[in-house]
Unconditional design. Sequence first.
Length: 367
Amino acid sequence: MERRMIYGWLGRALLFFLSGLLFLELVFRFVFPADQRPSSMRVDDGIMLFDTTTREGFTSIGRVPLQKFHWRINDQGWNSLQDYLGPEERDRPLVAVIGDSHVENLQSDVDESIASHLQTLLGDACLVYGFGKADQSLLQDLLLMEYVDSLYSPDTWVIVLGGDVVRRSIMPDPSATYSYLVPADTGFTVAPPAPREPSGIAGVFLQSALIRYLTFNTRLELFPLFSIPEDYRSLNADLPPERVDELMPEAADYILRKMSDNFGGRGVLMFLNFFVTRYRIYDAIELRLSGDLVEPEDYRLLLEMAPEYPGIQCTDSREAFQTAWEEGHRRFESPDGKHLNGYGNRILAEDIYDMLRSSGNLDGLLR
């Protein structure tokens, strides 16, 4: 009798537990939509693209996700409304927008990306293709430019840069997603990224909205999304911070020189885009996020050094955002407080458009 009662209680507890899981699954599928971000894959030369198996979906941000941001992966593995044409297929000049998560654009709808807004401003005069992946360093931007050039041969270049892009060119993240620079006797060598294999079991578990919510919205590490060799170690792992600081100007010179030599003839416009700069415009009302409101050392380096290299121009877009704020007092950030929302993307695209015109790059495209 007692055993039967115990089994009965256990059965009811199990039923209650499973019902709770089902309830949460439905909540994070239909009420507070769990993040449904696309998966990535690596191709030759260490370039990261999106997997084209799933073409459309949405992302959401935060523990109480109230908004969905739609993405579309094109045939070439980028988040874009349009498929990308090679030089033989195009009938118009091409502007390539290179960058990190701001160009990747998973924090706003795909039709409100920087590239989409710039395409609207340029109309039918040019094509605009966006090539962005999260956390790219300045070195990875250079390598991506080489990859993009081999396939699409753009007529001019725009690069949108986040924070620490020079430092991360030397000190990669622990999983070494991208290539990085290793100091040598004369200059640097480029070290490849760490080998990685997608986790098959992660793909199965992430079909669940509850698992996606816990993994992406609350950032719990339930299981690895990919694996790297256990014995992998960055070649720069033992570099002391002060040595990294010493290497940063040399690393910036190495990358900027190659950009200028290989692409400067077509024009390279750099736009520094870091949330701290915008928070200063708001009179630092978000000290919780922005700390002492100090931009990375990379900002000073690039603003000072970039003009020395033929064909490269660099700005931080501060004036464009300042003017927009004074006109409407409308915030530029997505719900994560750091990335640009669709409105912020539009302001940056307008600044890019103005700089394309003032630099003469646009006139060169339309001849």
